[in-house]
Design a protein around this ligand. Structure first.
Ligand SMILES: [Zn+2]
Length: 444
């Protein structure tokens, strides 16, 4: 405020001199933008990527995610398999000899991937990363796969299953998508219990909290570098702060059976969420949240809006917890960006880099780069679509889109004299690599 005041108070001659010296930004770029774009693109291509979010794996590997697509899922235009960019991706990665994915052609690609899967050789997915100049990739999976090289793929495990210890019939019946999601969460909780040798639900809430805390510690020991929540698919991202006695009473009431009404289940989840946040802070384990529109007919844009997390992100008790807004809040990407003003809040642009074409994504990046460029991270949200179109082509699409959009955004900012070329490349390195490295550590 003070600086702005001084600026307005300065003599007009001083302002004129500053403009003449070339320090003033302008609304239209001058000079050869196409050339500047090519120059920026070459520099951006040379920066290795550190991906904050992806689901690497083969199509029949159920552990690529803790949930599954609901029935009748409708893809957005760009992610349908008639997008010709996927042909380009398959050609670039595998020398795919066809120009479409007719079943008799797609089988060529599927056969190749089946052979790679049979070989169980981690060199396969390492090779995909190498071709795309990706150094490190966080792998958000139910459990890690032996065919992923832990030096390149670092595990982000899931935390949502702890929300579902009781009889979930009421939850599963709330809509057809939940009928798909909830049994998968129950399965995940069962696997965590097996992992920790917890045969029955603990006798009291203290025992359950202990199980939750120990599982997080154990997952971290197994290589987990962050914990992800898909909660936006199941419930509101608004978490209240109920007293422990309420959660204790609910636990005692439903531990041995009975279907909790939605409101009581929500209060219990809100309490367990606070336990998870607390333990994440103690373990220095960043928390990832799905913050974007989601698939399915019943995903609630209102409940999934990133602003629902504001009370948690700005809670002074959680200054020691790192929060990452995965998918950067889209379509509420400006709200998400402004939340990264908080010291311990970051975002990634995964999913946007596949959903949006470069011309659209450029506008998002231009905004992000001029707000908190030390808080934004690259991500792909790469996922195996089917046997032919895999996480491999998805990696390609995200990397290509991000580099093209970033080069265009930087070229415009340089052309408009908002930033220098040197500054542009510094910002590019922060976004594509360095911010993530600072959070999770370098390549191992
Ligand atoms: Zn994802």
């Amino acid at each position: 405020m003070k600086r702005w005041f001084l600026c307005f108070a300065a003599p007009w001659t001083a302002l004129w001199l500053a403009a003449a010296a070339g320090g003033q930004s302008r609304p239209y770029p001058l000079g050869d933008q196409a050339k500047l774009y090519q120059e920026m693109l070459a520099a951006v291509n040379a920066i290795p990527l550190y991906g904050n979010h992806a689901h690497p794996g083969f199509a029949d590997d159920n552990d690529v995610d803790a949930m599954a697509a609901p029935p009748g899922e409708s893809s957005v235009l760009r992610l349908r398999d008639d997008n010709p960019e996927f042909v380009t991706a398959a050609k670039a990665l595998f020398g795919y000899p066809y120009d479409d994915f007719k079943p008799e052609h797609a089988s060529w690609l599927a056969d190749r991937k089946k052979a790679a899967e049979r070989s169980k050789n981690p060199a396969y997915f390492d090779g995909i990363l190498d071709k795309l100049n990706v150094e490190t990739c966080l792998a958000n999976r139910a459990f890690m796969a032996p065919y992923l090289d832990p030096k390149r793929f670092r595990w982000v495990f899931f935390g949502d299953a702890f929300f579902y210890p009781f009889d979930n019939q009421g939850q599963a019946a709330s809509n057809p998508d939940m009928a798909v999601y909830v049994p998968l969460q129950e399965n995940m909780l069962r696997r965590y219990r097996e992992q920790m040798g917890v045969k029955e639900l603990p006798q009291d809430l203290a025992g359950y909290e202990e199980f939750v805390r120990r599982t997080l510690m154990d997952n971290q020991k197994r290589g987990g570098v962050a914990m992800k929540f898909e909660a936006a698919y199941f419930r509101s991202l608004y978490f209240s702060d109920p007293p422990r006695e309420r959660a204790d009473a609910i636990y005692n009431k439903y531990r041995a059976g009975g279907v909790p009404p939605a409101e009581e289940y929500r209060i219990f989840q809100d309490y367990i969420f606070r336990v998870l946040v607390d333990q994440s802070g103690k373990l220095n384990l960043p928390m990832h949240f799905h913050t974007a529109v989601g698939i399915g007919d019943y995903f609630s844009l209102r409940q999934g809006n990133v602003l629902n997390l504001e009370n948690v992100l700005r809670d002074p008790r959680y200054r020691n917890v790192t929060f990452v807004l995965v998918h950067g809040g889209w379509p509420y990407e400006r709200e998400a960006a402004l939340l990264t003003a908080v010291k311990n809040v970051y975002l990634d642009t995964s999913f946007q880099s596949e959903l949006l074409y470069p011309s659209q994504f450029k506008e998002v990046l231009k905004q992000l780069l001029t707000l908190y460029p030390d808080k934004m991270m690259y991500g792909s949200d790469s996922f195996p679509f089917n046997e032919a179109l895999g996480a491999e082509e998805s990696f390609w699409l995200a990397a290509h889109t991000t580099r093209a959009a970033l080069a265009a955004a930087l070229a415009e900012l340089v052309g408009e004299r908002a930033i220098t070329k040197d500054k542009a490349l510094t910002l590019a390195r922060l976004y594509l690599h360095d911010n993530a490295q600072r959070l999770y550590g370098g390549a191992r």
